[in-house]
Structure formats: C-alpha cells, structure tokens
Ligand binder design. Structure first.
Ligand code: FES
Length: 224
C-alpha cells in the first residue's frame, strides 16, 4: 500500500517508490525490468489490471501514468502473461523466445562492403516510410501477451515486412521467411483477433501479421 502516490507518477516510478518502502521496512524489493524509461528499449512490459502495459493503448509501461487510471486506487500488476514467456522472478519474464525469432531472420547477413554513398541505392520515399514503420517495433512482447493464443505474428511479421521492402533485405528474403516461420512454433497460432495492435507501443499495423502469411507462402512457392 502506497500513501504518497500522485497522478503524475509513472507506473515504474510507482514501483520504485513501492520498492523504497519495502527496503525501508527490511523486505525484498519487487523485481521488474526497465532501461530507457522513454518507450525505446521495450524492457519494461508488465500486465496492469489485465492489460499488457496498462490502460493507455499503444503505450509502454514506462510511459503509463497514474492519471490515466481514472481514479482507480487498486492496481493489479503482474508479469506479461504468455506460455512463451516463463516468469523469472516477480514481474520479470524470460523473453528469449523473441530473441530466437530475431536470430532466425531479424537481420541481414549479406556482405555489403563499406558504406555506400547515400544516393547509390535509391529507395522510394513511400517504401522507406513503410519499412521504417515496421522497423519501429521495440520488442517488448506485449503483442504476444495480449493475444489470446499467445501468437507472435505481429512481432515476426514486422521484421519480415521491414526487410522484404529494402534492397539489402531482399537477398535473403526466402531463407529468412522460412527460418522465421519455423520459430513461430514456439508461440500460439494467429487467429487475427487484432488484440496485439491495441497494445503495441510502436503502433504496428495488422498488415504485419499478413506479412507472415504472405512471406511464408511466397517462400513455399519460391523453391529457394
Ligand atoms: S523502459 Fe524502455 S521502453 Fe519502457
């Protein structure tokens, strides 16, 4: 119980304050993760009153403020819930299942030599903008926790869509799609509920989910 919480406090400041109080009382602090505290790193995800990250849509836990809770004075803060994210301790979960998706295909392996001149490889402005939108994923895992099936299609699709649109990503497009789709066995199947897009701090669109199916099917028919 915290007596001195204020509406201006963020959720993580509330946890900090609670931990101060627990330490003053000689008790163990509550373990939780954070790094940037400004919506960039994706480390801070927790479930608040049943919703990944908290009541404000598309906002990470570190940017949720108590004023958004509309007078609610009791908060139930839990770890992100998903079979793919085993709890390590208190509010800390192991999200290495997402790392395995990245290892499979969230990168480019081609030898690109030294940095080319800026105008050597022209990319249309619209393509660049859309690719950057998909690249905005911060890897928090809230999409997986929000999905009733525990699917990671929004996360995986964002990588596939982002890299498939850019010249350096096209080289390994087929191999990447196969490898990423294989890693999704660790998660649940996607039923296109769309709960993932409601919580995604990067505001990834549902078309990222479609990219998993599109790139996966393309890889099947492509042969190599
Ligand atoms: S602590 Fe980095 S996104 Fe919340």
């Amino acid at each position: 119980m915290l007596e001195d919480a204020t509406p201006e406090m963020s959720l993580l400041e509330l946890l900090d304050r609670l931990n101060d109080q627990l330490c003053e009382q000689g008790e163990e602090p509550i373990a939780f993760e954070s790094d940037c505290r400004e919506g960039v790193c994706g480390a801070c995800g927790v479930t608040v009153n049943g919703t990944p990250h908290g009541p404000v849509p598309n906002t990470p836990s570190c940017r949720q403020h108590l004023r958004a809770f509309g007078g609610i004075t009791k908060l139930r803060i839990e770890p992100l819930r998903s079979a793919a994210f085993p709890v390590v301790r208190d509010l800390v979960v192991d999200r290495s299942a997402l790392d395995r998706v990245i290892r499979a295909g969230g990168h480019v392996d081609v030898m690109a030599g030294t940095a080319p001149d800026a105008d050597d490889m022209l990319i249309g402005h619209a393509d660049a903008e859309v690719a950057l939108d998909f690249a905005a994923c911060i890897g928090c895992g809230a999409c997986v926790a929000a999905c009733p099936n525990g699917a990671a299609h929004l996360f995986a699709g964002a990588k596939l869509a982002h890299l498939a649109m850019l010249p350096h990503g096209k080289v390994e497009r087929t191999r990447r799609a196969r490898a990423v789709v294989e890693t999704l066995d660790e998660f649940g199947p996607c039923s296109s509920y769309g709960e993932c897009v409601e919580v995604c701090p990067a505001g990834l669109p549902l078309t990222a989910v479609a990219a998993v199916h599109r790139e996966g099917l393309r890889a099947i028919f492509k042969g190599k």
